[in-house]
Design a protein around this ligand. Sequence first.
Ligand SMILES: Cc1cc2nc3c(=O)[nH]c(=O)nc-3n(C[C@H](O)[C@H](O)[C@H](O)COP(=O)(O)OP(=O)(O)OC[C@H]3O[C@@H](n4cnc5c(N)ncnc54)[C@H](O)[C@@H]3O)c2cc1C
Length: 435
Amino acid sequence: MTNRSTILVVGAGPAGLTAATELARTHQVVLFDRESAAGGIPRHSAHTGYGIRDLHRVMTGPNYARRLVERAREAGVDIRTESTVTGWAGDHSLVVTSPHGRVQWDADAVILATGARERPRSARLIAGDRPAGVLTTGQLQNMVHLHHRTPGKRAVVVGSELVSWSAVLTLREAGCDTVLMTTERSRPESYALFHHPARVLLSTPVSTATRVVRVIGRDALEAVEVEDVRAGSRRIVECDVLVLTADWIPDYELTALAGLDRDRGTRGPRVDMSLRTSRAGVFAVGNLIHPVDTADVCALDGRQVAGAVRSYLRDLGMGEHSSAAEGSASDSSAAEGSLPDSSLPDGAVIQAVAPLRWIAPSLIRAGDHAPARRRLLLWSDEFRLSPRLVATQDGREVGRLTIPWPAVPGRVLRAPWALLERANPAAGEVRVTLG
Ligand SMILES: Cc1cc2nc3c(=O)[nH]c(=O)nc-3n(C[C@H](O)[C@H](O)[C@H](O)COP(=O)(O)OP(=O)(O)OC[C@H]3O[C@@H](n4cnc5c(N)ncnc54)[C@H](O)[C@@H]3O)c2cc1C
């Protein structure tokens, strides 16, 4: 049996929920999430700091997630949890696996909002034993906030970004002391304004230019070996929990399965300023395209994409609240047959040059308007107090800006759209450098 909706959204985090809510006012929208409840990461991130730019208030993660889910339901979004999208059955058809079985869903447009995850230990190449007690922040917060379990008594946290401090807070709430935070960088990645008070209030030592190189303990974690990356000296730190924070990678499996163009830097789908991927009718939003920014910025991607999806559906001749038939076998070939010429203009790829790791969006197509919030998002692997960004195309400078806030490794640098406003979508690759 095949089901049908006008729009399918994959991922019920802030980005997917917001896109679905905006679009449900005019079209039928079905939203899938593999978890047992919608809300994405904020659902198990119990501290405050959510909702500032999109809902214009400061909320805890769970309250923010609840509010976004309520709004989606009120708007008429059909939210389906425990529903993992496991593949594609056509350009706009998804295979969805749930406890009720495997079902094909056809649509006219698909929005990917699958978020990003922290790299696990295996991907970070940390040697040693394989005991229990080694977690990512996501796993820690799941354990503490959703399953109310205690992780241990003494933790070492790898990373010193905002998310790392979020892990420290969670550990403290669960009665576990953080005995050390390590970062390979020569300075902590989080805002000084936040970092210094946090260090004192949470009495957490931060060791810069160090890394965890070995895990010790057969069944349960007993200690880790920490190396000074400059001197090469090593020491043993006793702990029963190791939390691996940050080092993000987008959940790009569906992007790869679809064969969509991917950005070399983010590894997620390459999108233009309207958040269109390389396949007409398939869009991408949130941390899948910029791993990672805050939840409100992801939610605002959801608003931005709604306009592009509506205009795509208008071009298809799709009226509002057209087509919807769950359980009825749909003629998917007829639906696919109604598609007009689906080719998208090529556009100019935007390439971030090291020490910039990525820029998002990373494509300008003819007719593109400014990106969400008129901001480009970049990731720098080096610190700059007053970053100077220069954009060149075909050997000519097309934009130059000095940003009045620092570029800090481990956190998104937001730059005004003015940097690329003069780039020509038909004149080849644009290179963005950091000075
Ligand atoms: C510990 C921590 C603390 C944070 N603190 C803050 C903060 O204070 N303020 C703030 O603004 N931001 C904070 N953030 C960042 C914020 O949580 C993220 O930016 C935001 O959740 C990203 O939204 P998203 O919709 O892109 O992805 P996510 O929230 O990650 O949602 C993606 C969803 O997609 C689902 N999914 C993935 N693949 C599939 C599939 N194949 N089928 C079905 N479903 C799928 C997942 O289950 C998930 O629910 C924090 C993040 C972390 C990890």
